[in-house]
Design a protein around this ligand. Structure first.
Ligand code: NOJ
Ligand code: MG
Length: 588
């Protein structure tokens, strides 16, 4: 990499104003599987129920692996399937080495892996390193100060208030689901830290036994044949150490909200994004690489969940001397504020903030939804479903789909009485909708029939979303045109196009509402994606964006709203785009 190659993206930003070329992408033709992968997130509780209890399970997933194969996805990552009291729906693990009974057994898990291997699908598990359930044996032993477990969690005596003489929590730190991050345990006469719910106790990463135990978790599931891990809540792994008086310092007030129970009330600089955490991710990478070296097979991947400033997130990739996570998730598109709506300029900013900041030689990735956010079709507008699916599949690198995005599924509405998510249950009837994550966790839509084909039981754990009769696999497979069919064409194009796998990238805001991406590779046809995200029809001049384009482009894939004919030629200089129209075109 020559210094000028790194400079080009920044220079083109300044000089050309709008168009930006990612000159750092190397036109290498040998990509490892994960670099161009189509990842698919399954929320097991809501994907497919095999036994009629209204709760999705492993046998349900196994029965639908053919569907994933048919979609063309490379790897599925499953949200946690481990033994759990389900306070945070599996993100509170009571046994990291066993399966949650309502999801199945170890035998069911092995059958799932076997079937996936037969179909050449990879399975990735959720690794939840920051905390365990308070029902975990480790926690019970730690409460009792059993030998070897005394410091498994972050324990502290708290402070005595000089005025009242009463004991108070060690610091003002707040948990993610409202209220103090400290909980008093009568039996041990100490507080423990929980960055999430009270029942999710933070493991103490300053204890080498904990570090080793969690690497054991990774190795255990690698031996069971998984292709890697999505690592949960990584930026909160380490907190600041106690000061010279043995006290934890308070966080400063952020000024962002007056709500003193809301975690955003504080700056959270002491309990997030610590340097030690980055090193821990590098250590996990070594576990992955060692496993492959010893047992062979394909690369085992690390995907890192990180909502953090880019300067921190990018460090997870590693640097010149050390390998880190294969893919720290890119949440730039997911975090576009819903109030701003998606626009050509917000997309440009999100793309710039990954491609221009990513260390050289690493692989980008694109995420538009997950089980913690409102569904993409609701956040970006149902009319932008195809445009957003096109965007994340045409941009370079790996792409991630949250279950239902291929169907254009929208948020379910959940009453206060039906609310399940602790983030909402810790608030009240009037405000829970601000906090709830239930709307994106409603059951997957397989058919227009009872329970959308998800369950044969009398009741599902969350009610169905209203649009299940139209946005489902059965209807969208039978339709001549559908979001599902467009999604499948996109995945197929990614697989067959050398340009999409290896080409360089140029993109720009064409006018207020239109965004364009061009991928090119010498010796292969270029691919152009253009979308009108606005509510009015427009005509764009792609020649102004890129004068090397031919006079006409062939239409390959069009959004459901488009009336243009696939296979026809369209003029580069005067391309008309209806409101919400999105196109993928080619120079061949
Ligand atoms: C992030 C997960 O995605 C979320 O669902 C969970 O509540 C927290 N981490 C805590 O594990
Ligand atoms: Mg079930």
């Amino acid at each position: 990499m020559r210094p000028w190659q790194v400079l080009i993206p920044t220079l083109c930003l300044l000089a050309l104003g709008q168009a930006c070329e990612d000159a750092t992408t190397t036109e290498s033709t040998t990509k490892d599987w994960w670099e161009t992968a189509q990842f698919y997130q399954i929320y097991p509780r809501s994907f497919m129920d095999s036994d009629g209890d209204g709760i999705g399970d492993l046998n349900g997933i196994t029965s639908k692996l053919d569907y994933l194969k048919d979609l063309g996805v490379t790897a599925a990552w499953l949200s946690p399937i481990f033994k759990s009291p389900m306070v945070d729906f599996g993100y509170d693990i009571s046994d990291f080495f066993d399966i949650q009974p309502e999801y199945g057994t170890m035998e069911d898990f092995r059958a799932l892996i076997k079937k996936a291997k037969e179909l050449d699908l990879k399975i990735i598990l959720d690794f939840v390193p920051n905390h365990s359930s308070d029902e975990n044996e480790w926690f019970k032993k730690s409460v009792k100060r059993e030998k070897g477990y005394e410091d498994y969690y972050v324990w502290h005596d708290g402070k005595i208030n000089a005025d009242t003489g009463k004991r108070e929590p060690p610091s003002n730190w707040l948990q993610a689901f409202r209220g103090s991050a400290w909980e008093w345990v009568e039996e041990r006469q100490q507080y423990y830290l929980h960055q999430f719910a009270v029942q999710q106790a933070d493991l103490n990463y300053r204890n080498p036994d904990v570090v080793e135990q969690m690497k054991r978790v990774l190795r255990y599931w690698l031996h069971e044949g998984v292709a890697g891990f999505r690592c949960d809540a990584v930026p909160v792994l380490f907190e600041v150490e106690v000061d010279e008086n043995g006290q934890y310092p308070d966080e400063a007030v952020s000024g962002l909200t007056d709500d003193k129970d809301n975690r955003n009330y504080l700056k959270n600089e002491l309990i997030e994004n610590r340097p030690e955490t980055i090193d821990m991710a590098y250590q996990w990478r070594t576990v992955m690489d060692d496993h492959q070296r010893i047992y062979g097979g394909d690369t085992r991947v690390l995907l890192i969940e990180t909502y953090a400033p880019p300067a921190y997130t990018m460090q997870f990739y590693g640097n010149r001397s050390v390998e880190g996570a294969h893919l720290p998730f890119n949440f730039n598109l997911i975090t576009v504020p819903a109030s701003d709506g998606v626009s050509a300029s917000s997309i440009k900013k999100a793309v710039d903030n990954w491609l221009l900041l990513m260390p050289a030689g690493r692989t980008p990735n694109w995420v538009i939804g997950n089980h913690d956010q409102r569904r993409a079709a609701s956040r970006y507008g149902a009319g932008n479903t195809d445009a957003m699916n096109m965007l994340v599949m045409i941009l370079p690198g790996a792409s991630v789909t949250y279950q239902g995005e291929e169907l254009g599924m929208t948020d379910g509405w959940i009453s206060w009485d039906d609310t399940q998510d602790p983030a909402a249950c810790n608030s009240d009837k009037d405000s829970y909708e601000q906090f709830t994550r239930d709307p994106s966790r409603t059951p997957f839509h397989w058919t227009s029939g009872t329970n959308a084909g998800f369950s044969t039981g009398p009741k599902t754990w969350l009610p169905l979303a209203e649009d299940y009769e139209t946005q489902n696999v059965e209807v969208e497979t039978a339709a001549t045109r559908s979001h599902l069919k467009i999604y499948k064409s996109l995945v197929a194009l990614r697989k067959s196009s050398k340009t999409l796998q290896n080409g360089s990238t140029k993109y720009a805001v064409l006018n207020e509402n239109a965004f364009v991406v061009k991928r090119s590779l010498s010796g292969s046809p270029s691919i152009v994606f253009v979308a009108n995200l606005g509510s009015k029809g427009i005509t764009v001049d792609l020649d102004q964006f890129d004068q090397t384009l031919p006079t006409h482009l062939t239409l390959k894939i069009r959004s459901i709203s488009s009336t243009k004919a696939e296979g026809s030629l369209f003029e580069t200089k005067g391309l008309s785009l209806a409101a919400g129209e999105a196109l993928v075109m080619s120079t061949d």
